[in-house]
Design a protein around this ligand. Structure first.
Ligand SMILES: [Zn+2]
Ligand SMILES: [Zn+2]
Length: 117
């Protein structure tokens, strides 16, 4: 591959943002990767910020899932004995079991989110 600005020079890398070939002169090393003159200073830090933001969003969503899973778990732990021992009946036991199942499912979904990086 050749440099996009200097067709006679071979590229040493690609701009992380626009994917154009960069020669030794054009390539700019940034803490976030290689960038062309146009993108190294503005776009790569922005790209990095978006990446960090997305990671945080995933973490928040995972926390939300964990909270919901805990809530369902507690509900299940209340409903099942309540239905079995009290006057509430089978419907309450079933609701409790369903809540427990969803608690497990949602907890596992939340785990998946934080594991993918
Ligand atoms: Zn670029
Ligand atoms: Zn060049």
């Amino acid at each position: 591959m050749q440099c996009f600005k200097h067709p006679h020079d071979s590229a040493v890398g690609l701009c992380k943002y626009c994917q154009k070939g960069l020669c030794q002169v054009c390539a700019q090393q940034t803490p976030y990767g290689l960038g062309c003159a146009e993108h190294a200073n503005d776009y790569l830090p922005a790209l990095h910020a978006i990446f960090i933001h997305q990671q945080r969003m995933a973490q928040n969503a995972a926390n939300l899932y964990n909270g919901l899973a805990l809530f369902l778990l507690l509900s299940g732990c209340v409903f099942v004995p309540w239905g079995l021992l009290g006057e509430a009946g089978t419907g309450t036991v079933v609701s409790g079991v369903v809540a427990l199942l969803f608690a497990v499912l949602i907890y596992r979904e939340g785990r998946k989110m934080t594991r993918t990086k």
